[in-house]
Design a protein around this ligand. Structure first.
Ligand SMILES: CC(C)(COP(=O)(O)OP(=O)(O)OC[C@H]1O[C@@H](n2cnc3c(N)ncnc32)[C@H](O)[C@@H]1OP(=O)(O)O)[C@@H](O)C(=O)NCCC(=O)NCCS
Length: 330
């Protein structure tokens, strides 16, 4: 898709994280773990946790307001809302519909997208397709998750890894030569059981037994997911660069999924990237699933790390298993 019909890019950005911070030392009081283990194995120091009254749509709403403001747009002008999430407020209605109502975006189509931590890049690809082919003129794409609601805080294998947050972008037409240059999306459904929630769907509906068996919490085989992550971060990055007709030397800013500092470092090594060309905030937010890449992107933009014409490479991986990468000229 190197030659686009209509160049589509990001014209507004916003982010939100809940106020409450859960530090590694807080977790030391909850499970058998310690700050040294968490920092050396993951790079995480703290994470933000939603307040009891906050659901995913509330986090998404705050990020959306900022994105609309930065694009100089009103909610009424939105054509499409996509919320990438694995922690929707409810199964029905979708979080995107709840958000549409809250924003007053009466003219917008709205749906949720489920691709776990790759969801934001999947959402960008979907929305940019709609705009590129002329069906819509703009879209609000949000990655938002409240993983704290599906995390077992008695399980040290997972509870140290996750946090809550939301990142939002507005997509629209941009000048020729700018915007999305390529996407690489993929899935390996055979690895689905490596990162899953067993109950609560049509296979195993909620029952007293499923609750007793803790089957509504996120289960993860960390070692296998780690291997998958390192592999696909490399292959997806190479493919998406090739599709854009670019090489690794063209990357001005690398925006990887923030799951584990060691996974990010292995990708940086493969790309020969110096630290100043990579966005890392896993230390502050931990893994926020679909919110991870937009939180990193928006934070980098807010810190003035992105200039017009810069080439950005976003890449993520997650449950499904899935991956998604994109090259974007800012
Ligand atoms: C989870 C992860 C950090 C574990 O790191 P690791 O170096 O692979 O650690 P291991 O799995 O080898 O476990 C080492 C030991 O630490 C223990 N351990 C696990 N969590 C711990 C914690 N929070 N504190 C202290 N010890 C812990 C394990 O029980 C294991 O003990 P054992 O050897 O006695 O069985 C790492 O595998 C990872 O990041 N995987 C990918 C996760 C990911 O990205 N998930 C999101 C996908 S979107």
């Amino acid at each position: 898709m190197k030659q686009q019909l209509r160049p589509v890019g990001i014209i507004g950005t916003g982010k939100y994280v809940p106020e409450k911070i859960l530090t590694n030392s807080d977790l030391e009081k909850m499970v058998e773990t310690n700050d040294e283990w968490i920092v050396s194995r993951t790079g995480i120091r703290e994470r933000h946790i939603a307040a009891p009254h906050e659901a995913t749509s509330d986090l998404a709403y705050e990020a959306a307001l900022k994105a609309l403001d930065s694009a100089g747009m009103r909610a009424e002008d939105l054509d499409l809302i996509i919320v990438a999430t694995v922690t929707p407020d409810s199964t029905v209605p979708s979080t995107a519909c709840i958000l549409q109502d809250k924003l007053g975006a009466k003219g917008a189509a709205a749906f949720d997208l489920s691709a776990a931590c790759s969801g934001f890049v999947y959402g960008l690809a979907t929305a940019s397709g709609f705009i590129q082919n002329g069906m819509y003129n703009n879209a609000l794409v949000i990655g938002a998750d409240t993983l704290s609601r599906i995390t077992d805080y008695n399980d040290r294998n997972t509870c140290v890894l996750f946090g809550d947050g939301a990142g939002a972008v507005i997509l629209g037409e941009v000048p020729e030569g700018r915007g999305f240059q390529s996407f690489d999306l993929g899935a390996e459904g055979s690895g689905g059981s490596l990162l899953n929630i067993e109950a609560g769907g049509s296979r195993l509906p909620a029952s007293h037994q499923t609750i007793e068996d803790k089957k509504h919490f996120l289960y993860m085989n960390g070692r296998e997911v780690f291997k998958f992550a390192v592999r696909v971060m490399g292959t997806a990055t190479e493919r998406v660069l090739t599709k854009a007709g670019l090489g690794k030397e063209n990357i001005d800013l690398f925006v990887p999924h923030q799951a584990n500092i060691r996974i990010i470092q292995s990708a940086m090594q493969r790309l020969d990237l110096p630290p100043e060309k990579c966005v890392i905030n896993v230390d502050k937010y931990a893994n926020t699933s679909a919110a991870s890449i937009p939180l990193a992107l928006v934070e980098a933009a807010e810190e003035g790390r992105v200039k017009e014409g810069d080439t950005l490479l976003m890449v993520g991986f997650g449950g499904g298993l899935t991956w998604g990468a994109s090259v974007l000229i800012w």
